[in-house]
Design a protein around this ligand. Structure first.
Ligand code: C2E
Ligand code: MG
Ligand code: MG
Length: 871
């Protein structure tokens, strides 16, 4: 049963307008008029009906009230028709029964009451609650009039029987339903200004109409049964109908539940379908997004099958490898990786595929289409997407060539010598360590290490400048590299020191052959700053079978061997042997002893006379240092002077020698004033010539002992002179300025060139004893000595021959015009006491004694000198 709510707002004018607005806001004029008409008409019909019922006999009135009550109660339990807005109540059965039993008035009262109950339950609006009972009253009044008229006519025609009654009531049921529902619908249609159509009526009320017809038929049957069997049937009919309606209600309710469930299921399926469509749309979107990100990514990307086959590659990767993305697809990714790195990549891929790791990153070298090597950082991880059936891998490939190159350059700088591009000391140590490791694993893998030092580098640097020095190093480095085996490692350790590591050396012979080959190559002259320069290298060699543990040990021994080679002379090689170790340790302890020697007065001087070979007169003494070691006895200066030079002890030693020898000379001069021309030669070391205080010390000593500067001669060996030509020049000039004589010692053993002689500020030169020794063996040697004497004499420089040991040598030297000489033939180095005796013998010629008494006196002074010239 519908209520009359909802519709379109309309508004009558006038004083009632406000009241109307408050009470019937959605009723337009027509609807309002209609409502009032219906209500007035219905109320009138109901009023008349009530009056008529009241006029009935009391017994009937009660029956009418009972029937009305049943109809009203039934109105509380409407049966809702599934899938329809409508509901019906069984009250209609009793309304039509009252119509058949007591006439239209009873039916109008019952219909109004039942309608009131229904509308009270279904609507809260007072318009509906008033109008509905009024409409029911109108509809039932019309039905009642029709019933009376039709039954009167049928009776008059003699056709009124049970069947006619049933049919008549059924027809009235339809009429009642039609009229009532039309009255109700009209309100809606008027409110919404819509026409009243039969089709829409059937759609809205069809079901209810049929139920009214059925109820009317039932009421007819009940009436006939009541006629037959009395009032009990009616009483029984109430629970029976209640049961029937309850059953119908539950049946419909169940249907409705089933319907609801079905609808819920359909809705759920639809929702699911909607969701999955949404999901699919999202996937599609995400797929598109991924595809776009993949395609346009700045980093190279590829989807790769677990067997390494490229499924898809993006633009960046195809640009990185210089290959079309289509060409990349289907190929093995390893095809684009350099051979040495494919193993690494495959190993990592296997780990990911076997789920040992989830992802990995490696740096590999890839091959560009044009053959160029590209360093790539490759990150690989599993990739699963909704569309692909099997999981695959995603590669992210990043070009790191620039970074790797920079790293490579840095590493090269860190491990290479900038000048020669050879390995540097640090790198050489690493190579040595690797060689040691390899030998530890496989003792048959011998190696040899050579330590090279050039004999003339300092001289080149000082005389030709550092540019030429650098050029020299570059050229000799190239030469060395060209003459070693391809796998040998050549390194520059610093300065002019080079090292070579050569592996797989079966025996000493192989290493020696290599050393000899190198020396032969390095001896060939080099062109430096346009000049032909000859050079040579000293090579120390050591072998792995010594049993080394660290690279430092290897290099230390090769270095020791190199010093041994140097000690042998120029362009020599030497093999390391353990005695070198002993020597080295001995040297260390000797150095410590030497420090003490200075303090403990273990040093002394001997004086070897130098004679004028023509007049046979004593010309001067050469002061020679002696070290009387408390345990080792007398130690040669050739042994301890280099040690003193290395340890820096030479400076105090030199100071002592100069002071001591000058003090002695002054004493002799005082003793023998007529011999005040006798001079003193002292040997100076290279360090002395580099010392800024040396000249002042010499000057101080001369002043202290009042010795004329010309009486003192400082000897400098040719080697030192040439090696320190830059730094020694100043000292030499200052000494000459002071008036001190300068003599080149061991002439002929160093630079072997006479060209520099005129430019040197020297007063004399001493021909090395090796030349004197060979005077009679080699004509060439003789010519050299002759040339030296002639040149020196022509330059006004004195020539002193060293090491004269025989009469023949003395004779020859005199013949060659050599002015002065010293040697065992003439006099051995003498103690101060012996020298004093000798000086005593240097009396004026008239008092010259025989040699014998002097010899005897010298013996008495503690020596056995030969003094051939002194007689
Ligand atoms: P040198 O300056 O050439 O000294 C001459 C060396 O020849 C001395 O050896 C001397 O004893 C030795 N000698 C002299 N006559 C003969 C001979 O007829 N035959 C042979 N075979 N040798 C002869 P010594 O004293 O052993 O000195 C060796 C070197 O030690 C010296 O060579 C000199 O360079 C250095 N020296 C000696 N004393 C000093 C010193 O006080 N200071 C410095 N710096 N060096 C010194
Ligand atoms: Mg000397
Ligand atoms: Mg000498």
């Amino acid at each position: 049963m519908a209520n009359l709510d909802s519709g379109v707002t309309g508004a009558p004018s006038g004083a009632l307008q406000r009241l109307h607005h408050a009470l019937m806001p959605d009723y337009n004029r027509k609807a309002t008029l209609y409502w009032w008409s219906v209500v007035i008409l219905g109320s009138a019909a109901l009023g008349v009906a009530i009056l008529q019922v009241a006029a009935m006999p009391a017994e009937h009135v009660w029956q009418v009230v009972a029937g009305t009550l049943i109809a009203a109660v039934a109105g509380f339990f409407p049966v809702r028709v599934p899938r329809s807005k409508s509901a019906f109540a069984a009250g209609e059965i009793y309304i039509f029964l009252l119509l058949a039993m007591f006439g239209p008035a009873a039916a109008v009262v019952a219909a109004s009451t039942e309608s009131l109950v229904g509308v009270l339950r279904s609507s809260k609006r007072w318009t509906s609650r008033i109008a509905s009972p009024a409409m029911a009253a109108i509809a039932m009044s019309l039905c009642g009039i029709a019933f009376q008229s039709a039954s009167d006519a049928l009776r008059a025609a003699g056709l009124f029987n049970a069947g006619a009654l049933v049919l008549l009531l059924m027809a009235l049921g339809a009429v009642y339903s039609f009229v009532n529902s039309t009255l109700i619908s009209t309100v809606f249609k008027l409110k919404s200004n819509q026409p009243l159509l039969l089709a829409s009526w059937f759609a809205d009320w069809g079901w209810v109409g049929l139920s009214y017809v059925a109820f009317a038929a039932l009421s007819a049957l009940l009436y006939l049964t009541f006629e037959q069997f009395g009032a009990t049937v009616l009483i029984v009919s109430v629970p029976m109908l209640a049961c029937f309606l309850a059953a119908l209600h539950y049946f419909f309710a169940q249907q409705e539940t089933a319907e609801r469930e079905r609808a819920a299921r359909v809705e759920a399926v639809e929702r699911e379908a909607e969701q999955s469509a949404h999901h699919m749309r999202e996937l599609e979107q995400s797929e598109k997004r991924f595809h776009s990100a993949f395609t346009h990514a700045a980093i190279g990307m590829a989807l790769v099958a677990t067997n390494g086959r490229v499924l898809q590659a993006n633009r960046a990767l195809s640009a990185l490898l210089g290959r079309d993305a289509v060409v990349l697809a289907g190929r093995e990714f390893q095809d684009f990786v350099f051979g040495e790195d494919t193993g690494l990549l495959q190993e990592q891929l296997a780990r990911v595929v076997s789920c040992e790791v989830e992802a990995f990153s490696v740096e590999v070298r890839c091959r560009h289409q044009n053959g160029r090597e590209i360093w790539a950082s490759l990150h690989c991880a599993f990739f699963s997407d909704a569309t692909s059936a099997e999981p695959c891998l995603i590669f992210q490939v990043h070009d790191i060539t620039a970074r790797r190159r920079a790293e490579g350059r840095l590493q090269h700088i860190a491990y290479h010598d900038g000048l020669t591009n050879l390995a540097n000391r640090g790198r050489f140590h690493e190579y040595l360590q690797q060689a040691l490791d390899r030998q530890r694993d496989d003792p048959s893998r011998h190696f040899a290490v050579m330590y090279l030092d050039f004999d003339r580098f300092k001289l080149i640097n000082d005389s030709l400048g550092h540019g030429a020095g650098d050029e020299f190093l570059i050229k000799v480095a190239r030469r060395i590299q060209e003459h070693v085996r391809p796998n040998d490692v050549v390194a520059r350790l610093g300065g002019d020191e080079f090292a070579i590591l050569t592996e797989h050396v079966g025996n000493t012979h192989q290493a020696v052959t290599l050393a000899e080959r190198l020396q032969a190559v390095l001896r060939k002259p080099l062109i430096l700053s346009g000049k032909d320069i000859s050079t040579s290298a000293s090579i120390g060699i050591t072998f792995s079978d010594v049993g080394y543990r660290t690279p430092e040990e290897v290099l230390r021994d090769a270095d020791l061997a190199m010093y041994k080679a140097k000690a042998k002379g120029k362009a020599q090689y030497a093999l390391f042997d353990s005695s070198l170790h002993t020597q080295a340790t001995e040297q260390l302890s000797l150095e410590a002893d030497l420090r003490r020697a200075i303090e403990d007065d273990q040093l002394s001087l001997v004086y070897q006379p130098i004679f004028d070979l023509a007049s046979r007169k004593l010309e001067s003494f050469e002061a020679l240092l002696r070290w009387n070691h408390p345990e080792r006895g007398l130690i040669s200066p050739a042994t301890f002077i280099p040690l003193a030079e290395e340890s820096g002890l030479i400076e105090p030693i030199s100071r002592w020698v100069i002071a001591q020898s000058c003090e002695q000379l002054a004493a002799w001069h005082r003793q023998h004033p007529h011999l005040s021309n006798v001079g003193m030669h002292v040997n100076a070391s290279s360090k002395d010539f580099g010392s800024p205080t040396f000249v002042r010390q010499v000057a101080d000593v001369l002043a202290r002992h009042e010795i004329r500067a010309a009486r003192l001669t400082v000897e400098i060996t040719e080697n030192v002179l040439m090696q320190r030509i830059g730094t020694a020049a100043d000292t030499m000039a200052q000494l000459r300025e002071l008036g001190v004589g300068l003599s080149v010692d061991d002439f002929g053993t160093g630079y072997s060139s006479l060209s520099y002689l005129p430019s040197l500020p020297i007063s004399s030169l001493k021909i090395d004893r090796s030349f004197v020794r060979q005077l009679h063996c080699s004509a060439e040697n003789l010519e050299v000595v002759r040339a030296v004497i002639n040149l020196a004499t022509s330059l006004g420089k004195r020539v002193i021959a060293e090491g004269i040991e025989s009469e023949a040598q003395l004779h020859k030297l005199r013949e060659l015009g050599c002015g002065h000489g010293q040697g065992y033939l003439l006099a051995e180095p003498l103690s101060a006491k012996q020298a004093t005796v000798l000086l005593g013998a240097q009396e004026p010629p008239t008092e010259v004694d025989t040699a014998e008494p002097l010899d005897t006196r010298l013996r008495a002074a503690g020596g056995t000198p030969r003094l051939q010239l002194v007689h």
